[in-house]
Design a protein around this ligand. Structure first.
Ligand SMILES: Cc1cc2nc3c(=O)[nH]c(=O)nc-3n(C[C@H](O)[C@H](O)[C@H](O)COP(=O)(O)OP(=O)(O)OC[C@H]3O[C@@H](n4cnc5c(N)ncnc54)[C@H](O)[C@@H]3O)c2cc1C
Length: 614
């Protein structure tokens, strides 16, 4: 018996367990109650759902709204848009499914009290761009969370889920999850018939631009720790497109959003000498990707590509031309409010650097890469599609069920459906929940069983880092250094450096090749071995330790995928220097991986892309 396994174990039985109470998790919890009036529905969240996830600070725009009631866009249009932006490779069935349901989700937000800006004459929502509508969204997350709180049997805040539990009779069936309360240290065993993973994306797997004290200043939420990928990967669920990491062009140092500036304020960018530069890189980019550069709108990664090439040519910094727009008092107000509603830090950075965008054009930068499934990117789990429109190869069970029975996902968790954003993630949570309720009802008496030995083993494993610390601290040689353990921060910095230098991070200009990836995998393997010796001083560090475990596993998956796809599909997101061109002949396909935790092997495969929309 270890030092820390005497901690209390709390058992929770439920029909549906939602892991992560962000946008998708709140959508899943809300909808589970709608279809499953008598079911026991629990949501477990490592923070507090009132202010958790990527929308914690609020948003200024809902980025996915069709506007079908005013005949603005149709779901098919959105599929074409997302397909174009991702250079041909999206799960059109999943994207279509979200697009056809997303408007009703936004209407619910409004009904629950979210202020949406409207045209005073027509009453139509004010558009920031073709797909975006503008909101006063500082309280977006608490509003959405309230609906989930009212729907749930219980919301378990402050519990970090570390592992999924599998059925003891059917090996490919989920049976629940375990985790620990980050405040009390109690160990939780959730026994569930269906599990919906909605644990967000992954930041801090690559070294961020801001380091030292500033390392929390990333574009993507620093607490997005890849659990959405690691939890399913460990069960053997198939993952897709994990090479499709995203790089964002944002305002320098604060990562303030640029969408409202480009779309609503109609600003543009220029190089250090005041020249327009994107068109200069047209021929060069055409050489790499063919006619994708002629598509409208130009895919996000290709706009990054021109930015990166211009900077490499020594004509940076690239600036956003704000001086003209900010002469208009209305636009000036919108420019500032945009930050106050969602990234207040950018306003503070500008104030601290003497930047008044009315008089100074602010610098832009490109972020370190992140892994997520809901933005202009679509990494995540490989999921079964909707019955009525998914091609047969994409359909093996319930909608949004992964390749593990009873294991569902939504939002950043699910791959293939780019551009869902906050509203689409909530809508996808709803879609997954409806299917999960059907799964629970269909199962009848054939319920999954949790093995006592399994959760007892996991309890030992989960608290092992505290034991490592307790024992190893007697050998501290200097400061925080002990020969017996590594601390979560030390492990995190090592991970970020490996990913940065070998798997196409900022210091290598997002460039990698087979030898670098091979060495990167070796180093990740060594880091993985050392994670058995991670030390956690307290419960906070224990959470950091498990976040690191999840980040490392997701990073290994990203690296395997990057190695497998021998082309450069998305220049501007990353480059395979040994395969610098887009190759539609061999790689107009999805990449899938499946991890075997016993052999530690990754099985890679290509799956055809089916187009269901013309
Ligand atoms: C900087 C930024 C700006 C954005 N701007 C916009 C915008 O302007 N408009 C728009 O519509 N969308 C925007 N988005 C996109 C939107 O925020 C995401 O699409 C959406 O939040 C994804 O939903 P999700 O539920 O998958 O993840 P999240 O909302 O991030 O929720 C994940 C939840 O899981 C929890 N969790 C994670 N791991 C665990 C674990 N192991 N155990 C328990 N809980 C866990 C987290 O604490 C979190 O609450 C933006 C995203 C970012 C990062």
């Amino acid at each position: 018996m270890g030092l820390f396994t005497r901690r209390k174990t709390v058992f929770v039985d439920c029909d549906i367990l939602v892991i992560g109470g962000g946008m998708a998790g709140c959508g899943a919890t809300y909808e589970s109650r709608y279809w499953g009036r008598d079911l026991k529905i629990c949501c477990v969240e490592k923070a507090n759902i009132d202010r958790s996830g990527a929308v914690a600070q609020g948003l200024y725009a809902i980025n996915t709204y069709m506007g079908m009631q005013w005949n603005e866009n149709q779901p098919e249009d959105h599929v074409r848009y997302a397909r174009n932006d991702l250079m041909g490779l999206v799960r059109e069935d999943l994207g279509y499914d979200i697009a056809r349901h997303v408007d009703s989700t936004v209407h619910k937000f409004e009904e629950w009290g979210l202020p949406i800006m409207k045209d005073p004459e027509t009453g139509q929502y004010l558009r920031e761009g073709k797909w975006q509508i503008m909101i006063h969204g500082e309280s977006y997350k608490p509003i959405v969370a309230e609906a989930a709180r009212k729907a749930a049997t219980k919301v378990y805040n402050r519990i970090m889920v570390t592992h999924l539990l599998m059925d003891k009779t059917k090996p490919n069936r989920v049976a629940g999850a375990v985790g620990f309360n980050v405040r009390t240290g109690d160990f939780y065993v959730f026994r569930a018939t269906a599990v919906i993973v909605a644990a967000g994306g992954a930041s801090h797997i690559y070294k961020p631009r801001a380091v030292g004290e500033g390392m929390g200043r990333t574009w993507y939420a620093p607490w997005s720790s890849a659990s959405a990928y690691a939890l399913p990967i460990l069960t053997g669920a198939k993952m897709m497109q994990m090479e499709n990491r995203i790089v964002l062009t944002r305002f320098k140092d604060g990562y303030g959003p640029v969408g409202a500036y480009f779309l609503h304020l109609k600003t543009h960018t220029e190089n250090a000498y005041g020249d327009e530069y994107e068109s200069k890189w047209y021929d060069h980019t055409k050489e790499l990707v063919g006619d994708y550069i002629d598509r409208q709108p130009v895919p996000t990664c290709l706009r990054n590509h021109a930015f990166l090439e211009e900077t490499k040519a020594g004509r940076g910094p690239i600036r956003m031309v704000t001086k003209e727009a900010f002469q208009d008092p209305h636009k000036e107000a919108v420019g500032w409010e945009n930050f106050l509603g969602m990234t207040i830090g950018q306003a503070v950075v500008w104030a601290s650097q003497n930047i008044d965008p009315k008089h100074t054009n602010p610098e832009l930068t490109t972020s370190e890469p992140y892994v997520m499934g809901s933005h202009a990117t679509c990494s995540g789990a490989w999921a079964s599609g909707p019955e009525d429109c998914a091609p047969s190869g994409y359909q093996w069970g319930y909608n949004r069920m992964m390749t593990v029975d009873g294991l569902f996902g939504a939002g950043d968790t699910i791959g293939g459906a780019a551009h869902k954003f906050s509203s689409g993630s909530f809508a996808e949570g709803r879609i997954a929940a409806k299917a999960a309720v059907n799964y629970v009802n269909d199962l009848g008496k054939d319920q999954p069983m949790v093995s006592e030995a399994e959760y007892k083993d996991l309890k030992r494993t989960v608290f092992q880092p505290m034991e490592n610390y307790e024992v190893g601290r007697n050998e501290i040689v200097a400061g925080t250094v002990s020969p017996s353990y590594i601390l979560p921060m030390q492990g995190l910095q090592r991970l970020e450096q490996i990913m940065d230098e070998y798997v196409g991070g900022i210091s290598s200009n997002y460039t990698t090749n087979e030898p670098l990836l091979t060495r990167g995998l070796e180093l990740l393997g060594m880091l993985n071995e050392d994670l058995n010796h991670i030390g956690a001083e307290d419960l906070h560090q224990l959470q950091r330790a498990w976040e690191l475990q999840h980040r490392v596993l997701a990073s290994r998956c990203v690296t395997q995928h990057t190695m497998f796809r021998t082309e450069t599909r998305w220049p501007g997101y990353y480059y395979r220097a040994d395969h610098p061109k887009l190759d539609d002949t061999d790689w107009h396909c999805f990449t899938l991986s499946q991890y075997d935790k016993d052999s530690e092997n990754w099985d890679m495969e290509k799956v055809p892309v089916h187009h269901i929309i013309d």
